[in-house]
Ligand binder design. Structure first.
Ligand SMILES: NC(=O)c1ccc[n+]([C@@H]2O[C@H](COP(=O)([O-])OP(=O)(O)OC[C@H]3O[C@@H](n4cnc5c(N)ncnc54)[C@H](OP(=O)(O)O)[C@@H]3O)[C@@H](O)[C@H]2O)c1
Length: 318
């Protein structure tokens, strides 16, 4: 594959940093889209020195802020004028944190993990459409396995500050719901962008060692669990390698609207109504995803909300 121009959000840490290293090492041009420029500049320099490739750039992006996303996209279009691969890796995961709102007054987990990626892809789609092989990748999570339980639903009544005084708000649940909504966006965007040749896929991430900065954002109970999980999780390089394959391999050139597992197999919708043991096999494995992800009524609701909220906060002053 010829050299690609790649945006990676949240490229300063964990899987995003490892993916940046991999793409730059392979000779591609990477634009790190990060919110903390000082910290991220150190990572940029580190990767530039390690790879001896100067094709690594850094631009400011706060994925939770529509204004910041619009500004990033305007700068990007003016400055880089080409985009082949867009990797939505950044996510808000501060388990144990209380209810927080984005600068636009939206629940922070959904603002960062769902509405932000939607807006950014929409603003960059015309540029992507000019590429000879445009690919968008969403960082999914095996946390959506909770939706194998038919009682689990995305809570739409909680996204615009309604629960700001609710002490029992759970970022874990909001994160779980946001990753399901992101998978629904993957399927829907693949349809919407089919005519432009833009492929949109998701990788279900089972786990990757979390950095001490990420762990520091968790409240003590969640930090302890994460420390234990980290003992079993592979290095972020493993997931970064999968990002690379999905976005560059000719084998996936025509694949769109799919969720990949850690073996780069395309996951299928689960079978409902199975007995206990076959159902457990589905839950424990990584071959299938919960059928909730294919619910057209919910997916339409997610899409409509993305449109409504990102239009509502259409800051013309950027
Ligand atoms: N690690 C796992 O076990 C695991 C499992 C399932 C799914 N995933 C998914 O994999 C992806 C990467 O996770 P990771 O483990 O590599 O986590 P990480 O090391 O914590 O990286 C997350 C990145 O997102 C950035 N970010 C968060 N909020 C942002 C915002 N508002 N604007 C811009 N950037 C923002 C962070 O920037 P700062 O450094 O400035 O905070 C950081 O660079 C995420 O989408 C996560 O949900 C990870």
């Amino acid at each position: 594959m010829n050299h690609r121009t790649v945006i990676i959000t949240g490229a300063n840490s964990g899987i995003g940093k490892a993916a940046t290293h991999k793409f730059v090492k392979e000779g591609h041009k990477v634009i790190m889209a990060c919110r903390d420029l000082d910290r991220s500049r150190k990572v940029q320099n580190e990767i530039r020195e390690a790879t001896k490739n100067d094709n690594i750039f850094l631009e400011e992006l706060d994925m939770s802020s529509f204004r910041s996303i619009r500004k990033f996209c305007t700068t990007f279009k003016n400055q880089y004028q080409k985009l082949d691969i867009l990797i939505h890796n950044a996510a808000y995961v501060n388990h144990g944190e209380s209810y927080r709102l984005s600068p636009d007054g939206i629940e922070l987990t959904f603002a960062t993990n769902v509405f932000g990626p939607y807006l950014m892809t929409m603003l960059l789609n015309s540029l992507l459409a000019e590429s000879d092989d445009p690919r968008v990748l969403h960082a999914g999570s095996n946390i959506i396995k909770h939706f194998f339980n038919p009682k689990k639903e995305i809570d739409f009544d909680n996204l615009r500050g309604e629960q700001k005084d609710n002490k029992s708000h759970s970022v874990y649940i909001a994160y779980r719901n946001s990753k399901m909504a992101l998978l629904m966006l993957t399927f829907k965007m693949a349809e919407v962008f089919k005519q432009d040749g833009i492929k949109v896929n998701s990788l279900q991430i089972n786990g990757a060692k979390m950095s001490k900065e990420t762990l520091a954002n968790f409240k003590p109970y969640w930090r302890l669990i994460a420390h234990i999980q980290n003992l079993f999780f592979p290095s972020p390089d493993v997931m970064a390698g999968l990002y690379y394959e999905i976005c560059t391999s000719s084998a996936f050139k025509k694949v769109s609207g799919k969720q990949f597992n850690h073996k780069l197999e395309i996951m299928q919708p689960a079978q409902d109504g199975l007995g206990f043991f076959p159902q457990m096999k589905q839950v424990v494995g990584a071959e299938v995803y919960p059928t909730y992800a294919d619910r057209a009524d919910i997916s339409d609701k997610v899409w409509a909300l993305c449109e409504e909220l990102t239009n509502k906060f259409n800051s013309a002053d950027v």
